[in-house]
Design a protein around this ligand. Structure first.
Ligand SMILES: O=CCCCC(=O)O
Length: 453
């Protein structure tokens, strides 16, 4: 019997061991999920809204308990873990309030007596999710999917099975009918046959490029729709006319929250040469003050990374970049899964910290002389999730927005997700959108209805 053990990355001790689902159990779960679909899609928006609001209440009521599980499983500082649970409640409330209006029939004037588009759910959607936001990334999918009448089956990362089980429990406690949302406790080796199961109608994946590519190939072979949220290497473009103090606050948060383990983190700071020295000195001061420590302490801002091997990988990227000429301005040391908040300056395009995704608390700093150069540096990344531009000249920045090859441009703000706005990338950051009225339509059949008298 296969089992999965999660290790608390801060203590290095075992958190829990889970019994994996067998092949037979997986098939059974998917069969029951599919059966549930035919009654769930018939439920009214009023009923779904009531249940989704109950899920939001459950999240808010027991946020400490849910947050503690994620902190112990992947090292997220507890205050950020609580904020994540609250954000999940927000997305539930948002879709509870808005799904019905977003999925109304759309009348289209044609030669017909009457023609329109109906939005109909597809059925059981498999969600393959990562450990870095163990609740949020799942709710970002599940809230719109369930409100739309779809069914969710989750394959979570193997270090966060406790959070995965909690998510199933939250929907159960909220009163959702059995099998509307189920967690499969399986490793990635089980994913291929799950996607091939005829009852799985579509797949959403948040994770690495290789994982996305593999899942999309299997789904493609089986003609199943996918949405992919993959890596990112967002630039923070700092113009010489920015408000320096405010910009530093935002950049530090953009890079170091969640201990830097986020696809949308601002990983590459591009700063105008004329202010670079002053800006970097002040930024270093602020990064120095970030409090590392026990993730269970309320005032810890930098926890451990989720696994020691991930910290080792980051260490290699930092050391390789230093060998190639980057200057270590701060940090750089690793102890087990802990990696010091780090800043590298003199970074150029050919270095690992610039051209690879750095999934941890490491900021690379590169200077530019012209805005054209800044755009070119930003766009040179193979990723295209988002960019932040810092300037007092909003009109100019807005005009430049279209030149950035990204899913999102944020001016004087870090790239962040918001239930009301579409979220997703282009290039190797993936395709499709989550959240907002765009996200809820990804797993819907847009059925054309054409009537003549
Ligand atoms: O790794 C991706 C993190 C996304 C976080 C968010 O949706 O806010």
């Amino acid at each position: 019997m296969a089992t999965t053990t999660s290790i608390n990355p801060y203590t290095g001790k075992e958190f829990k061991t889970y019994k994996n689902h067998s092949k037979k159990e997986i098939e059974d779960i998917i069969l029951k999920a599919d059966r549930r679909f035919y009654s769930w899609r018939e439920t009214s928006f009023t009923e779904r809204k009531k249940l989704m609001m109950a899920a939001a209440s459950e999240l808010r009521k027991n946020k400490q308990e849910y947050a503690e599980t994620m902190t112990q499983e992947m090292g997220k500082p507890i205050s950020q873990a609580i904020a994540e649970v609250e954000k999940c409640a927000w997305v539930c409330e948002y879709y509870a309030e808005n799904a019905e209006a977003q999925l109304q029939n759309e009348t289209v004037k044609t030669d017909a007596y009457k023609s329109y588009v109906r939005y109909e759910p597809l059925g059981v959607v498999l969600a393959v999710m990562p450990w870095n936001y163990p609740y949020w990334q799942v709710f970002r999918f599940a809230a719109p999917a369930l409100m739309a009448g779809n069914i969710g089956v989750l394959k979570h990362a193997s270090n966060v099975f406790g959070s995965a089980m909690n998510i199933e429990k939250i929907f159960k406690k909220a009163g959702f009918p059995d099998n509307c949302f189920t967690t499969l406790l399986v490793g990635s080796d089980a994913v291929e046959s799950i996607i091939e199961n005829e009852k799985i109608k579509a797949v959403t994946l948040t994770g690495s490029g290789p994982a996305g590519s593999s899942v999309a190939s299997i789904a493609g072979k089986n003609i199943k729709k996918t949405v992919l949220e993959l890596g990112g290497s967002n630039a923070l473009v700092v113009m010489k006319d920015c408000d320096i103090e405010k910009t530093i606050d935002v950049c530090v948060q953009a890079r170091y929250q969640n201990t830097g383990q986020s696809c949308i983190a601002g990983k590459r700071l591009l700063v105008d040469e004329s202010i670079a020295s002053d800006f970097t000195a002040k930024l270093l001061q602020q990064v120095r003050e970030l409090k590392s420590g026990d993730p269970m302490d309320e005032d810890t801002y930098i926890g451990t990374m989720a696994r020691e091997d991930l910290a080792e990988e980051l260490e290699k990227q930092v050391n390789d970049s230093i060998k190639s000429g980057a200057k270590l301005a701060l940090g750089g040391k690793r102890q087990n899964a802990y990696f010091e908040p780090t800043v590298l300056t003199n970074v150029t395009k050919d270095m690992a910290v610039f051209n690879e995704e750095t999934f941890g608390p490491v900021l690379s700093v590169t200077t530019f002389e012209t805005i054209e150069e800044a755009i070119e540096l930003s766009n040179t990344s193979r990723f295209g999730l988002g960019v932040s531009i810092f300037t007092e000249n909003i009109d100019e920045a807005e005009k430049l927005a279209f030149q950035f090859e990204e899913g999102a441009v944020f001016i004087n703000e870090l790239v962040k997700s918001d239930p009301r706005l579409p979220f997703g990338g282009i290039k190797e950051s993936g395709y499709g959108r989550e959240l907002s009225q765009h996200g809820i339509k990804e797993f819907m059949n847009r059925k054309t209805v054409y009537i003549n008298k």
